[in-house]
Design a protein around this ligand. Structure first.
Ligand code: HEM
Length: 413
């Protein structure tokens, strides 16, 4: 029987309890239908794995959800929409290829291995810092003190940006991320546009300094260092705007999600007695299966948005161009049709076709780097803090609809 609107359940993203822990509600929604009407937005949410994956790969849907929307030149959110037009994640071919191809080889599994020594050094520093803080303070915040500085320093070193600027870049990225929440406050959208302009100016200034050209050896193992070796210093990019926007994309996409995945992983190990020894006693090595399961279970980029560009069917409903659809990757990752006991963390799960890094042409460019960072950090901290525990009442979750993570993870020994 075809679906009618009346049979499609509703989802309320403004409900605080749902935002804090959406998993049970998503399970209910998946049982009822693959679609849910988003309360307060002209959009439908897709909750099942099969349909989410198919839509991520479907050329009839695109990410440029704002294309065709005209805003007056002085509109306060103009900066935000301009920002989206130029960023790889929000573009379609052929511009998408112009932005992605020049950097895709550098981010392959084989290429990112060259960053392992840098990441190991930074993870070693972070764990030393954690030891020193815990010897002086009764409580530390793993997110602010350890995870965020670690992942933002990693991405600065990989891209070739000054490591001492990592906190400035983190703050600009956080402001851009806040603007991605479709239910975010209007001032967050305006501020995201401003943050992006600041990021662009920062990058333009950095590029004009040409440090990568002058000190080729120091930067040889970095993304910008390699570009600097190419004639005209543009690598395969068609123009400087494309180079700047891709650099901003790498710097911004490259650390909030990894920060979330690292702090949520630490939280999981410390809250579950069965797997705790892996972290606190190094009872077994960190395996690729473990990493994939941590990514599936936590799904730090939990929801992504698309627009339908040509007629197509989802579930039993026919959709027309212009319709907005949101894909709940976090829900797809726990769909019992694909993942047995999907609500449970099973570090030996196999197979694990999770969608935490997306699929199709926008598949996460940094997936291999994210895997490497999580593995190296966990290997470095394993067995170092046998008595580490969470100060449970102090945990604060990030409230962003697009990203799933922690704002604060207080730890003590
Ligand atoms: C745990 C960490 C990460 C997660 C969960 C994650 C997740 C994702 C997802 C789901 C997408 C696709 C979004 C969509 O199709 O709507 C994506 C795209 C992207 N990610 Fe990641 N990401 C992570 C780490 C990274 C890192 C470390 C980098 C960069 C160094 C990065 C760079 C990118 C870029 C550039 C895109 C856009 C690709 C394109 O449009 O072709 N990500 N990421």
């Amino acid at each position: 029987m075809p679906h009618t609107k009346a049979m499609i359940p509703e989802v309320d993203f403004l409900n605080k309890a749902f935002r804090a822990n959406p998993h049970e509600k998503f399970a209910e929604l998946r049982e009822l239908s693959t679609l849910a009407k988003v309360k307060g937005a002209n959009a439908y949410l897709v909750t099942r794995h099969k349909e989410c994956e198919a839509l991520l790969k479907d050329e009839r849907v695109s990410l440029d959800v704002m294309k065709g929307v005209e805003f007056p030149v002085n509109h306060p959110m103009q900066g935000y929409f301009k920002m989206r037009e130029g960023l790889m994640l929000f573009t379609n071919p052929p511009l998408h290829g112009d932005l992605r191809s020049p950097v895709s080889d550098a981010m392959s599994a084989k290429s990112v291995k060259r960053y392992e020594p840098i990441i190991r050094e930074l993870a070693g520093d972070a764990v030393k810092h954690l030891k020193s803080l815990l010897s002086r303070q009764s409580e530390i915040d793993f997110v602010k003190d350890i995870s965020l500085p670690f992942v933002s320093k990693v991405i600065c070193r990989v891209v070739g940006m000054p490591e001492q600027d990592h906190a400035i870049l983190s703050s600009m990225t956080q402001r851009i991320a806040d603007g991605l929440d479709p239910f975010g406050a209007r001032h967050s959208l305006e501020d995201a546009g401003k943050a992006y302009s600041e990021f662009q100016s920062y990058m333009t200034e950095e590029l004009s300094r040409g440090r990568w050209k002058k000190d080729a050896e120091q930067f040889s193992e970095t993304f910008l260092g390699e570009i600097a070796q190419c004639p005209h210093m543009l690598g395969g990019f068609k123009n400087t705007d494309n180079l700047i926007s891709t650099t901003v994309m790498l710097l911004s996409a490259g650390h909030l999600t990894t920060n979330h995945s690292l702090s949520l992983s630490i939280e999981s190990f410390l809250s579950d007695e069965e797997i705790r020894p892996v972290l606190t006693e190094a009872s077994e090595p960190i395996s690729p299966l473990m990493l994939e399961e941590l990514f599936r279970f936590h799904c730090p980029a939990q929801i992504t948005r698309r627009k339908i560009n040509a007629e197509l069917n989802i579930g039993e409903k026919t959709w027309h161009p212009g319709q907005a659809i949101w894909l709940a990757l976090v829900s797809a990752n726990r769909d019992e049709r694909i993942f047995k006991k999907g609500q449970e963390l099973d570090l030996k799960r196999r197979p694990n076709p999770h969608l935490s890094f997306g699929s199709g042409i926008h598949f996460c460019l940094g997936a291999h780097l994210a895997r490497l960072q999580l593995r190296v950090f966990l290997e470095t901290i394993q067995g170092e803090f046998p008595n580490l525990s969470i100060v449970k009442e102090g945990v604060v979750r990030d409230n962003n609809l697009v990203f799933r993570g922690l704002k604060t993870l207080p730890l003590q020994v």
